[in-house]
Design a protein around this ligand. Structure first.
Ligand code: GRF
Length: 194
């Protein structure tokens, strides 16, 4: 197995809007020797995102951009990412849709985790829609980000059974647990040829 250390790990930025449990989990993963990435930067559009507190504790550089002027903020972010030598972006519960121009600048280097079995249930309220649609399974997907929402190449998926008693909250909890396993696995898969 290839072992990675600080200097040969890919510098990665995570973008969040809320709790940041995936962010926290990715930080833990990135600190292990089997991780090809190193998380060195956190971006949030929400100054109250809980993940910011965790990042502070771990001394991970962070910046808040409110996206009131999307073009301006995206350009500032691109400058920052270049300055920090960031090579990969992991979106993790980031509720802003990035522009075509931004995505073009990081083509093939932006990942996202989505709480459904894509191409089913793109967008918001996935768990509620999966239950209302009487699906037997839902799950999560790690995919590449393209300018079409939740439509880029799928890297990995994990199925989760929906039981009769599930509501959107219980299903979200079950799926989130799997997200925490899937995201690191997908990252390892992408870089296993290094
Ligand atoms: C996750 O379910 C993720 O798939 C979705 O938003 C949620 C973020 O959770 N895009 P957290 O902030 O990582 O806890």
């Amino acid at each position: 197995m290839i072992k990675f250390h600080g200097s040969n790990k890919l510098k990665t930025a995570v973008f969040i809007s809320g709790t940041g449990s995936n962010f926290k989990n990715l930080v833990k993963f990135s600190n292990s020797k089997i991780s090809p990435i190193e998380i060195t930067f956190l971006i949030s559009n929400n100054s109250k995102a809980k993940g910011l507190i965790y990042a502070r504790g771990k001394k991970i550089k962070q910046k808040i951009f409110k996206f009131k002027n999307k073009i301006k903020d995206e350009n500032m972010i691109l400058n920052q990412l270049n300055k920090e030598n960031i090579k990969l972006i992991c979106l993790a519960g980031f509720m802003v849709i990035l522009s075509k121009n931004f995505i073009k600048k990081f083509k093939g280097k932006i990942l996202n985790i989505h709480p459904s079995l894509l191409p089913k249930f793109k967008g918001l309220n996935t768990h509620k829609r999966a239950i209302e649609n009487n699906e037997k399974f839902s799950g999560c997907t790690v995919h590449l980000v393209t300018s079409k929402l939740d439509s880029g190449k799928i890297i990995l998926q994990k199925k989760v059974k929906i039981s009769k008693n599930d509501n959107p909250k219980t299903l979200a909890k079950k799926i989130l647990k799997q997200e925490h396993i899937l995201y690191p696995k997908a990252i390892k898969k992408i870089f296993s040829n290094l």
